[in-house]
Design a protein around this ligand. Structure first.
Ligand code: ZN
Length: 429
């Protein structure tokens, strides 16, 4: 899972003028790069798709066995992690996948391994080994209005992940650019919605919106049963039927996740939020013992769908470190393992606050975001998170919606969601 995606991305393709000695160096770099990616995939295949885990696993070996520099060794790990993650997603959608083989003549670059000289229309690229960088002219179309210029000539577009390609004897650079997405106008009192992800409740919001995974999990078990019985009978058409079961399951899951994502964005808008905050998805499978590849894939998808839908509404989507969010009391701040009574029950050992564990966690996720926002250099002007009946601020505490004139009008439009609701301070009886 990538961290928050707040950028528009574009790619400008250009040919490079490369001298013969430089081309030799770049060909060697391509070969080392392919080997680095292959080492990473071979070491991590099937069991590791997180960039940081993969880096820990394969970085030293890549540095030992190839001539890639440190940053390119890291990029090779990240490349392999992306490829494994997409294989796993395809497999979970019922498609057959095999371990990637790095045969295409490409090398990934980022802003640490390449420098773009916009005015000179040149680029310098890190190469393998101890060789210095290769500097090459961009061969842009003669037409001044080539689409590449709108990115190259504009300060708004900053350099992002790029790829060098060698094809037909020529070198091409796919230069990645990114630009911050516009955000909803935030005031100093901007609001976020906290969202906790889980196995039995796929999502629970700080406004007490519960999105059950019950039906989804039930359907998946049904698909599994169908698959097993097809495999057992092994008819001539079994393979094709299995494939179609996989497709149907994939479609069903995607449809469900799209619906939940849509409702989460609607929930954020209903409560006048400026953004939606999730926990970091990296390592979520280790944190949720009942989660499997399916769940991890589903969380990843859900996050991406929310991000996509939120971008149209000008809402930002961000993630926070989930440390302690499941064992901290959102009412008094007391942190203890024993407060988490079971998967769904939370009872604070200090103040006695009893609540649904995921709901308590959703509030903590939102609060963690507020703390981080206070320390961040790039502030969004967010100072509170949304609850069902008011907002919570770090310093001033709970403020009911009835005391907030600017949000009064929204009361009328609130609460037409199908999801189950609970009171802010405990279980509804
Ligand atoms: Zn407490």
């Amino acid at each position: 899972m990538s961290s928050c995606e707040e950028y528009h991305r574009r790619t400008a393709v250009t040919r490079l003028a490369v001298s013969e000695p430089d081309a030799t160096v770049l060909r060697q770099t391509v070969s080392e790069w392919k080997e680095g990616c292959q080492i990473a995939v071979d070491m991590a295949w099937d069991h590791c798709q997180s960039k940081s885990d993969l880096q820990r696993l394969a970085y030293d070996t890549i540095r030992d066995q190839t001539e890639l520099g440190s940053q390119h060794a890291i990029l090779a790990c990240h490349q392999a992690a992306d490829n494994i993650a997409s294989c796993i997603a395809q497999r979970n959608a019922g498609q057959e996948v095999s371990k990637p083989n790095y045969t295409s003549p490409t090398v990934a670059y980022d802003s640490r391994t390449m420098t773009l000289y916009r005015d000179a229309e040149q680029v310098s690229l890190t190469t393998s080994g101890d060789r210095s960088r290769v500097r090459a002219d961009l061969v842009l179309p003669p037409d001044e209005d080539g689409y590449q210029d709108q990115y190259l000539d504009s300060d708004e577009w900053e350099l992002a992940e790029s790829t060098l390609h060698h094809r037909g004897g020529e070198w091409y650079l796919h230069i990645g650019f990114r630009k911050l997405k516009p955000e909803r106008q935030t005031t100093e009192n901007g609001t976020v919605l906290g969202v906790d992800l889980g196995v039995s409740q796929i999502a629970v919001t700080s406004t007490a919106g519960f999105y059950s995974a019950g039906k989804l999990n039930h359907e998946r078990r049904e698909f599994d049963r169908l698959r097993r019985s097809l495999q057992a009978h092994g008819s001539r058409n079994a393979h094709r039927t299995l494939e179609s079961v996989g497709e149907k399951e994939g479609e069903y899951v995607k449809h469900t996740l799209h619906r939940v994502a849509k409702e989460l964005v609607e929930e954020a808008l209903r409560y006048n939020c400026n953004g939606i905050v999730f926990e970091d998805l990296e390592g979520i499978r280790e944190r949720l013992p009942a989660a499997d590849w399916h769940s991890e894939w589903a969380f990843d998808r859900l996050f991406n769908y929310v991000e996509y839908k939120a971008s149209f509404e000008g809402l930002f989507v961000d993630t926070v470190n989930p440390k302690n969010t499941s064992i901290r009391c959102a009412e008094c701040g007391y942190i203890h393992e024993s407060s988490r009574q079971s998967r769904s029950e939370f009872e604070c050992g200090n103040c006695g606050n009893r609540n649904h564990a995921d709901y308590n966690a959703a509030k903590n996720i939102a609060e963690t975001y507020l703390w981080r926002e206070q320390q961040s250099s790039r502030r969004r002007g967010v100072s509170q998170y949304a609850l069902k009946s008011g907002t919570m601020r770090l310093n001033r505490g709970f403020i009911p919606y009835s005391e907030q004139s600017e949000v009064e009008s929204m009361d009328k439009s609130r609460s037409n969601s199908e999801s189950t609701r609970m009171s802010d301070h405990g279980r509804d009886s």
